[in-house]
Design a protein around this ligand. Structure first.
Ligand code: ADP
Ligand code: MG
Length: 363
C-alpha cells in the first residue's frame, strides 16, 4: 500500500504564552508500496507527530494523507488499517501472550468478526512470524524486553495492517537485543511486504534498516534518499553531521584558482570559482601519506582491531579534533601526520547557507 503525504502540516497552538509549534511543516512525500522508510531526526523534530498523523491519532492542521488512492485524512484510526508499535510495549499485563495477540481480532464487530478458529490461526501465524510461539501461555512480565516487543509487533501484524508504523521500537532494548531485533523487523517487513514507517533518532539504526531515509529537522524535511546516498551526498551540513560515527570532520576552507585550501594546505582540485566554503571529510576519507597535503598535529592513535583511529588537530578544523580511520597496518609515527584526501569522501558546503555545493573534486 502506497502512502502519500500531501502538504501535510501540524501546528500545535501555543501553550503558556509561548509560540505555536509547527511540528510538521508542509510534508510532501510518497512511501512506495512495500518499502520500509526510516524517519530520522533529533528529539523534538516531529517524527512522532508525523507517525501519529499517518495513524490518525493526530489530526493535521492542513494537508492530506492517502493510502493508495484512498483519502484517509478524515478517517478515524481504527478504520485506517494501521498496525502500531511504540517504544513502550504497552501489552496488557494480566493477559497471556496469546490473548494479547488475539485482542485486536476479538475487538472486531459485525461482519468483520472471525470465528474462534480463524482468530487462533491468525494469532499463531503472527506469533510464528516473530518467533514467539513457545511463549504463548506466558504473561508479559515473564518475558524479556526483546520478547515483549516481538509480542507487540505480532499484535500489530495480526490484523494484516495496510501500513505498519513503528515509533522508536528498539529504544528500550539493550545494545545486543537492539541489533538482533532490528534485523528481525527487517526480515518480517520483507516477508510480509507491508509498507512500513520506522521512526528513530539513531542514524545507524535508520541506515541499516531502511530502503529510504527521511531526514527531518525542526519539522522540516531535509533530505529523502537511500541510506548510502544520504551518507555520501548530504544536501546540507546538518544532514552530513547527523549521519556517521565517528562524525564527519568539518573545516573552514577556501577555493582559490580552482584549488581547495584547508588553512594553508592546498588539498584538492575543484571546478568551483573563488569563494569561502565549509569542508566536510568523512573519517574514512583520509589516506596516510608522508607527502600528503593536509598537515595535522597528532594527538593520539587508537588501534581498534581492523582499523586505526588517528586523532589529531588542524588550525582550520571547526571541531576540537580531527578523527581519521585508517587501516591498522599503517604505523603512525612522528608529531605531524600528513594526509591525502579521497575526493568522494569530501563534501563542500556554502559557508553562509551550509547547503552542499554542486562541484567536482579531484586529487
Ligand atoms: P519527536 O518524535 O521527533 O521527538 P514530536 O513529534 O514528539 O518529536 O514533537 C515535535 C514537536 O511538537 C516538539 O516541539 C514537541 O514539543 C511538540 N509537541 C508534540 N506533541 C505536542 C502536543 N500534544 N502539544 C503541543 N506540542 C506538542
Ligand atoms: Mg518521538
Amino acid at each position: 500500500m502506497k502512502v502519500v503525504l500531501q502538504n501535510l502540516t501540524k501546528i500545535y497552538p501555543s501553550q503558556d504564552k509561548g509560540p505555536d509549534v509547527t511540528a510538521v511543516n508542509n510534508f510532501n512525500f510518497e512511501i512506495p508500496d512495500g518499502k520500509l522508510i526510516g524517519l530520522l531526526g533529533p528529539s523534538g523534530c516531529g517524527k512522532s507527530t508525523t507517525l501519529n498523523l499517518i495513524s490518525g491519532l493526530e489530526t493535521p492542521t492542513s494537508g492530506k494523507i492517502f493510502f493508495g488512492d484512498d483519502d484517509v485524512t478524515d478517517l478515524p484510526p481504527e478504520h485506517r488499517g494501521v498496525g502500531l508499535v511504540f517504544q513502550s510495549y504497552a501489552l496488557y499485563p494480566h493477559m497471556t501472550v496469546l490473548q494479547n495477540i488475539l485482542f485486536p481480532l476479538e475487538n472486531r464487530k459485525g461482519k468483520e468478526r472471525l470465528s474462534k478458529e480463524e482468530m487462533n490461526a491468525k494469532a499463531l501465524e503472527a506469533a510464528h512470524l516473530v518467533q514467539i510461539e513457545q511463549y504463548l501461555k506466558r504473561k508479559p512480565a515473564q518475558l524479556s524486553g526483546g520478547q515483549q516487543q516481538r509480542v507487540a509487533i505480532a499484535r500489530a501484524l495480526v490484523k494484516r495492517p495496510r501500513v505498519l508504523l513503528l515509533d522508536e521500537p528498539l529504544s528500550n532494548l539493550d545494545a545486543r537485543l537492539r541489533l538482533q531485533t532490528r534485523e528481525e523487523i527487517r526480515r518480517i517487513q520483507r516477508e510480509t511486504g507491508i509498507t512500513t514507517v520506522f521512526v528513530t533518532h539513531d542514524q545507524e539504526e535508520a541506515m541499516s534498516i531502511s530502503d529510504q531515509i527521511v531526514v527531518m529537522k525542526d519539522g522540516i524535511i531535509q533530505q529523502i534518499d537511500a541510506p548510502q546516498t544520504v551518507y555520501d551526498h548530504p544536501v546540507n551540513l546538518f544532514v552530513a553531521k547527523f549521519l556517521g560515527t565517528p562524525p564527519i570532520n568539518v573545516f573552514s576552507g577556501e577555493v582559490k584558482d580552482h584549488m581547495l585550501y584547508i588553512g594553508e594546505d592546498a588539498v584538492l582540485k575543484t571546478d568551483l570559482e573563488d569563494r569561502k566554503v565549509i569542508v566536510g571529510i568523512r573519517p574514512e576519507g583520509f589516506i596516510l601519506d608522508e607527502n600528503g597535503p593536509l598537515k595535522c598535529a597528532k594527538i593520539g592513535v587508537q588501534v581498534m582491531g581492523r582499523d586505526t583511529s588517528v586523532v589529531s588537530s588542524h588550525p582550520a578544523s571547526l571541531n576540537d579534533t580531527v578523527v581519521s580511520i585508517i587501516s591498522a597496518e599503517n604505523r603512525v609515527e612522528g608529531e605531524t601526520v600528513r594526509f591525502a584526501l579521497k575526493p568522494f569522501k569530501t563534501v563542500l558546503f556554502a559557508d553562509d547557507t551550509e547547503e552542499a555545493l554542486d562541484c567536482w573534486l579531484s586529487d
